[in-house]
Design a protein around this ligand. Structure first.
Ligand SMILES: Cc1cc2nc3c(=O)[nH]c(=O)nc-3n(C[C@H](O)[C@H](O)[C@H](O)COP(=O)(O)OP(=O)(O)OC[C@H]3O[C@@H](n4cnc5c(N)ncnc54)[C@H](O)[C@@H]3O)c2cc1C
Length: 427
């Protein structure tokens, strides 16, 4: 019996698994093992919605064991290395042998030259990150409300390094949650002191997205009180309560969200696989790793010729092709060539605002938002997960679900030194 091991249970790994499982129903001569360091699948595009408490983790994660065929072996293990010479994955205990490997471990935060900032920044890459951000924001406002005005500027300054989709959506969703559930209850001077900074070294935001989406996001954010967009700027220094910008300016800031990019899994380093300049595994057009007949690669860490930018769409399309080509190799058939089908772009800015471009047609506003939600609910695997997410959105719209909860805020004791300025708070 031939043993196929899939490393990674994200968009690429899971879609590959489902293709292989369907194939094994007719060809029972395969053993399939799925290896992941997490027990759950995570729908990353909706992490910002968890960070602002619009959705619970339950809506964007599901246990792997519920979505795999009983004949598939599931191993929850941190893979520590790839031993391609002996066809095995290394762990802290027993190695995992394979005949064919489908490599899909995704990517990790790229700290560039700032690895030492890790403990001074927030990231939004995992379920834990999103929950940490949510709790942190709630604590911040509870704490700020107890401090005198002149001592809380750093606590109320939120900087986002990186104006790609993650930075923009995270900022917009956090702001939307605060505007709705915190600003309306907080004292006006606390609201006026709250600053959001979107910082990017490029001359515009969302450079990977169509210009219509860039413009919509830029106009919306720059017209929102409290939000500043700083392009052609990077963060050069970080201390616990300050950031320094490339302009030389130092800003009091307790919260730096590092959204400045991802890089392929560090597992690939020292693996003897051929990597491109960004660290992705170079493959041929069939997703077979160059020089390794029994290794196929999919998702964020694959670099086929004319590689698309790493994203969930590409990962979901590559997984099945890599799986089919393993079956083809086993049965002596000709492999399929991967070609990326760009299905469109979507961007949400919270509270009913989205911009999308599908089949070349740009749309924004409520209709775009409804389409955005419909698309993400349909992409979510499993009927129960679709139900969960739609129910939570429905509750959220009806305002029966509280977004940010601020228990026992001592608002009544606060000196409200400045008059309420309704223009600073979006309703
Ligand atoms: C906040 C955020 C928002 C995003 N929004 C969008 C969006 O709107 N649209 C879009 O197209 N893309 C989006 N992306 C990008 C998208 O999430 C990735 O491109 C996609 O997840 C890549 O799929 P993958 O299968 O390659 O990797 P992943 O989905 O990251 O899966 C990797 C898997 O490998 C496992 N793994 C990793 N290392 C090991 C190890 N050493 N041992 C064992 N298991 C391991 C992980 O646990 C995981 O199961 C977003 C990403 C983030 C973080």
């Amino acid at each position: 019996m031939r043993h196929i091991v899939i490393l990674g249970a994200g968009f690429a790994g899971l879609s590959a698994l489902h293709t292989l499982e369907q194939a094994t129903l007719t060809r029972r001569k395969l053993k399939i093992t799925l290896v992941s360091n997490s027990t759950h699948f995570l729908f990353t595009p909706l992490l910002p919605n968890v960070a602002n408490s619009e959705l619970s983790l339950k809506s964007i994660t599901f246990p792997l064991k519920d979505h795999i065929d009983p004949s598939t072996e599931l191993i929850i293990e941190q893979i520590t290395g790839l031993d391609l010479k002996h066809n095995q994955l290394l762990t802290s205990s027993q190695p995992i042998p394979y005949d064919y490997l489908l490599l899909a471990p995704g990517s990790e935060t790229d700290w560039k030259d700032h690895e030492h900032w890790k403990d001074l920044c927030y990231t939004c890459k995992s379920a834990e990150d999103a929950v940490l951000i949510r709790e942190h924001i709630e604590h911040t406002f509870a704490k700020a409300a107890q401090l005198p005005k002149n001592e809380r500027q750093s606590l109320l300054t939120f900087a986002f390094a990186g104006a790609g989709p993650t930075g923009v959506e995270l900022l917009a969703e956090i702001y939307a949650g605060l505007a709705r559930d915190v600003f309306s209850k907080a004292s006006p001077d606390l609201v006026q002191q709250t600053r959001f900074l979107l910082i990017d070294p490029q001359d515009q935001i969302l450079t990977n997205l169509p210009t219509e989406l860039q413009k919509f996001a830029h106009d919306h954010l720059s017209n929102t009180p409290g939000i500043s967009i700083l392009t052609n700027t990077s963060v050069t220094e970080r201390t616990e309560h300050e950031i320094t910008l490339s302009s030389g300016e130092t800003i009091l800031c307790d919260h730096l969200f590092w959204c400045a990019g991802v890089k392929p899994s560090s597992l690939l380093q020292n693996s003897n696989l051929e990597l491109d300049a960004s660290g992705r595994v170079m493959t041929d057009s069939t997703l077979q790793a160059l020089g390794c007949e029994n290794v196929f690669v999919a998702g964020d860490c694959a670099a086929p010729p004319e590689a698309p930018a790493p994203n969930a769409q590409a990962a979901k399309q590559q997984g099945p092709v890599a799986a089919q080509n393993i079956i083809a190799a086993l049965s002596g058939r000709a492999p399929k060539t991967f070609s990326f089908q760009h299905l469109g772009d979507m961007l949400t800015l919270g509270r009913g605002r989205a911009a999308i471009k599908v089949m070349g047609v740009p749309l924004q506003g409520r209709v775009a938002y409804a389409m955005y939600r419909a698309a993400y609910a349909s992409l979510m695997p499993g009927a129960m997960n679709k139900m969960h997410i739609l129910t939570e959105w429905f509750e959220h719209d009806l305002a029966t679900a509280r977004i940010m909860s601020l228990p026992n805020l001592p608002m009544a004791n606060l000196p409200t030194t400045e008059p309420a300025d309704k223009d600073t708070v979006e309703e």
